[in-house]
Design a protein around this ligand. Structure first.
Ligand code: AMP
Ligand code: MG
Length: 325
């Protein structure tokens, strides 16, 4: 059930008292703490099991609040904020003094965005400050796109879960570095490269800026329990059959073109025809395949244009090498 006014007030009180609130956004659910409370921020890292050197995104109620949290607002940042906020775009700017180094992983830059979700915006307004909010999941695992995902994964480690329904974008924000003259996409996400280029009237490079630590860039991230193997779209059926015959419980993420093909697998999800629906469903699909007991997921990459760039990025990370425990 979606959070009401009483829930918002209660959640704002939890933030003021130094607690953690799971907050719905249009991208994924965030694990929110008062950014100015270093003890609360430290708890976010602890609950997620996230290394403290990996910076958090600071969420604010509106573009007009940006100046409270950053040292300066270059023209490019202002243009992007006006065009895309509230929305799935995060701007990396020079840190203002109110943002503790604990939230930025020791960096002199800070990542800021305005989420496009009525519950998140109501919470930020009622709270009055800014919240540091990474995705509300354990470090490296699949991001939550529904309140139940948060409850199942973090349980009592979160002081209050605000239910805002299923996330409408479904993948994280696009992170753009704007501290230098040339804006660069540090992580693809819900705002597409094409939209950024149209807004700026010039090409935008994709790539992690050297020296900047971006958790989304870890070898394995956004990963289900099952091992993820990426193959060419034309090889999905054959690979699934062969792995299933070898005794794996195979989950298949089936490209839309193969929707009616007979599949030999333990569980199958068919990719929706639009990339927006695919992005919205992606993390839910990975959770579903885990829950149905698959130990291997076979998938292929979508065309890397529009939202396909973010989807392919997440699938590559999900398939990345796992830490050997
Ligand atoms: P998550 O918390 O998992 O949703 O990820 C937050 C993302 O924001 C990560 O990819 C962070 O690295 C990125 N981020 C936060 N602050 C900065 C920063 N100052 N510079 C570059 N990336 C940042
Ligand atoms: Mg995350």
């Amino acid at each position: 059930m979606t959070a009401g006014t009483g829930d918002i007030e209660k959640a704002a009180g939890v933030l003021r008292a130094g607690g953690l609130v799971a907050m719905p956004t249009e991208t994924v659910y965030g694990l929110a703490a008062n950014v100015e409370d270093t003890a609360a921020v430290a708890r976010v890292f602890q609950v997620k099991g996230r290394p403290p050197s990996h910076p958090l995104i600071v969420h604010v109620a509106g573009a007009e609040r940006l100046g409270d949290w950053v040292a300066d607002v270059p023209d490019t940042a202002r243009l992007l904020a006006e065009r895309f906020w509230p929305g799935p775009l995060t701007l990396v700017l020079r840190r203002g003094p109110r943002v503790p180094l604990a939230a930025t992983g020791g960096l002199e830059t800070v990542a800021v965005r305005v989420p496009d979700h009525p519950v998140a915006l109501a919470l930020l307004s009622a709270f009055g400050g800014a919240v540091a909010a990474p995705s509300a999941n354990r470090f490296g695992s699949v991001s939550p796109t529904a309140a139940d995902h948060v409850r199942a994964e973090l349980g009592d480690a979160v002081d209050f879960v605000l239910d805002g329904g299923p996330c409408q974008v479904g993948v994280e924000s696009t992170i753009v570095g704007v501290t230098s003259g040339t804006p660069t996409i540090l992580r693809p996400g819900g705002v597409t490269r094409e939209e950024l280029e149209a807004a700026l009237g010039r090409p935008v490079a994709v790539g992690s800026a050297s020296g900047v630590r971006v958790p989304g860039q870890h070898p394995s991230h956004y990963a289900p329990r099952a091992r993820v193997v990426l193959v060419e779209p034309g090889d999905v059926l054959a690979e699934a059959r062969s792995a299933q015959e070898q005794g794996h419980r195979v989950g298949v993420i089936l490209p839309p073109a193969l929707a009616d093909a007979p599949v030999k697998a333990h569980a199958v999800v068919t990719v929706p025809p639009s990339t927006a629906a695919y992005a919205r469903g992606l993390y839910g699909f990975l959770r579903e395949l885990d829950q149905s007991g698959c130990d291997l997921v076979i998938a292929s990459l979508p065309a890397e244009e529009g939202l396909g760039l973010a989807i392919a990025n997440r699938l590559r990370r999900a398939a990345g090498p796992r830490p050997t425990a």
